[in-house]
Design a protein around this ligand. Sequence first.
Ligand code: URA
Length: 168
Amino acid sequence: AAGCATLEELRAAFEAFDGCPLKETAMSFVFADGNPDARLMIVGEAPGAEEDRQGLPFVGPAGRLLDKILVAIELDRTQVSNTNILPRRPPGNRNPTDAEISACLPFLERHITLASPEILLFVGGTAAKTLLRRTEGIMRLRGKWTTYEPASGDPITARAMLHPAYLI
Ligand code: URA
């Protein structure tokens, strides 16, 4: 991941990576969608059934609610970028394991560095806890401004919200 200089290189390296066992069960590799240069980058948990079919993040019921939430702040998909903690669907939408998250995290960290957003929005507890390196639940982490501290480079303004799948 660290050797990738562009998002295209990162996408190719991540897709080819064999270190996460979900590669054997998922149909699609779901990297990102939206505007890669957006000021706002949204990070969810993992693709669901519809995302696995289409190969795009946030295109199922949770994604449609997220679209409505974005409309409420006068944004649409062309003005944000979307990705997930994991690029492949866990079977039956089970929660990601710590091993799956650790295997994929260097790619997401590099993705954030290359995209260099002004604001990160963590959707749901898995994204918030992983990227903020915190153990509290989403009920405590949501709704306040904080910062994402990358391994190198400047901190990025960040915020966590309840997952739209939970709201549904
Ligand atoms: N839930 C997520 O966290 N991400 C998706 O892409 C779809 C549903």
